[in-house]
Ligand binder design. Structure first.
Ligand SMILES: NC(=O)c1ccc[n+]([C@@H]2O[C@H](COP(=O)([O-])OP(=O)(O)OC[C@H]3O[C@@H](n4cnc5c(N)ncnc54)[C@H](OP(=O)(O)O)[C@@H]3O)[C@@H](O)[C@H]2O)c1
Length: 340
């Protein structure tokens, strides 16, 4: 349990990665009450430093015995590191907020989006899981609709940026685009196919039944966060040649009728959402719009007249911020508010 203090010793594990970098920036931007920030990564990063509030902080090597005296650790160094080091951190009295998928579906570990299920944080036993990026932005929007009209079924197709795979994938998109525009051949390394000027219906591994792990994460995590197993979700996840921000086309079937106008009103009043919906003026969410922003943008809200109570909408959010680092920092802020 976190003891209430004026300031906390905070760690970022995976500090040199795409999400880790964003975590440091967000802790700084939100003036997080950090008495001290410690940064951890692999031996590849030893000797490097990163700035926090204008001062350089040396990268330390991640090990099981480093967590003594750390109050909160934000983990974003991949599932293997989370599985190995998060229990040691929790044992040392540190609260881990983990970005990987390692602990998300563990019944002992709360899976939290602060706009949706902040009270679940209180049941933590040392580890709190941050959901998958595509799930986070979807549930922020589903929650107010579920409260207003009870969602029966969701059909979602995602358009996910390469930053969701990390720094190497961002470099690959940049390199392939440059190579192809210069009539050079470019070999895919991070993805199984060329990502520049392409769309890959393949995120994470394929599982039995033909779905990918990313698609199944969206199904299972949505139910856990909403605390409602009856919500049916089916997903198709697609990687697109965008650097940052994921977009999603979502079809929702509800028990009670909620018109597009009612849905816009409900969404406008909900936390963490900006309704950006005036298609006659070409106003609708775009990855370039949500890039660097904190909110989930919602637009193209329409009645789906092919079913009795149906809605279609289109959303965009920054996967590195709300989809990862910001959500983790918001969990830490909520944890502090709830601490005694
Ligand atoms: N990108 C997203 O939108 C997103 C969203 C939600 C969750 N996540 C999750 O967040 C995690 C990191 O993602 P990312 O996109 O930031 O990846 P990334 O850019 O590849 O960064 C990986 C980070 O992990 C560190 N690391 C790797 N192996 C390590 C080891 N053996 N010991 C210590 N540190 C090690 C790296 O340190 P070095 O620089 O020293 O190698 C680097 O800081 C993943 O679990 C991912 O699933 C990512």
């Amino acid at each position: 349990m976190l003891k209430k203090k004026k300031q906390y010793v905070v760690a970022v594990v995976g500090a040199t990665g795409a999400v880790g970098n964003e975590m440091i920036a967000i802790l700084e931007q939100r003036n997080f009450p950090a008495e001290k920030l410690r940064l951890f990564a692999s031996e590849r990063s030893i000797g490097k430093s990163l700035d926090f509030h204008g001062k350089p902080i040396s990268i330390e090597l991640l090990a099981e015995d480093v967590f003594e005296g750390i109050d909160i650790a934000l983990f974003s160094a991949g599932g293997d590191r989370s599985r190995q080091f998060a229990p040691a951190a929790a044992k040392a009295g540190c609260v881990v907020i983990d970005n990987s998928s390692a602990w998300r579906m563990d019944p002992q570990v709360p899976l939290v989006v602060p706009e949706v299920n902040p009270m679940d944080i209180m049941s933590h036993k040392g580890i709190i899981a941050n959901p998958n990026c595509s799930t986070i932005q979807m549930v922020v929007v589903l929650k107010p609709i579920h409260d207003a009209a009870t969602i029966k079924r969701v059909v979602v197709t995602t358009f996910q940026s390469v930053s969701g795979t990390g720094k190497k994938a961002m470099d690959e998109l940049m390199q392939q685009t440059t190579d192809l525009l210069n009539f050079k051949k470019s070999n895919p390394v991070v993805y199984p196919h060329q990502i520049a000027f392409n769309c890959l219906p393949h995120i994470d591994q394929f599982l039995d039944g033909g779905y990918t792990k990313e698609e199944i994460k969206m199904v299972n995590e949505t139910k856990k966060i909403l605390g409602d197993d009856s919500v049916k979700v089916t997903a198709t996840t697609v990687r697109v040649p965008v650097f940052r921000s994921h977009a999603e086309a979502i079809n929702i079937e509800t028990e009670k009728k909620l018109s597009a106008d009612d849905a816009r009103a409900v969404l406008s009043a909900a936390p963490g959402i900006i309704v950006f919906d005036a298609p006659e003026k070409n106003i609708y969410p775009l990855p370039t719009l949500s890039d660097g922003k904190d909110e989930v943008y919602v637009g193209r809200v329409r009645n789906d007249d092919t079913i009795e109570n149906g809605l279609n909408l289109w959303i965009a959010a920054d996967n590195l911020r709300k989809g990862a680092a910001l959500n983790a920092v918001q969990i830490a802020e909520t944890l502090i508010k709830q601490s005694k």
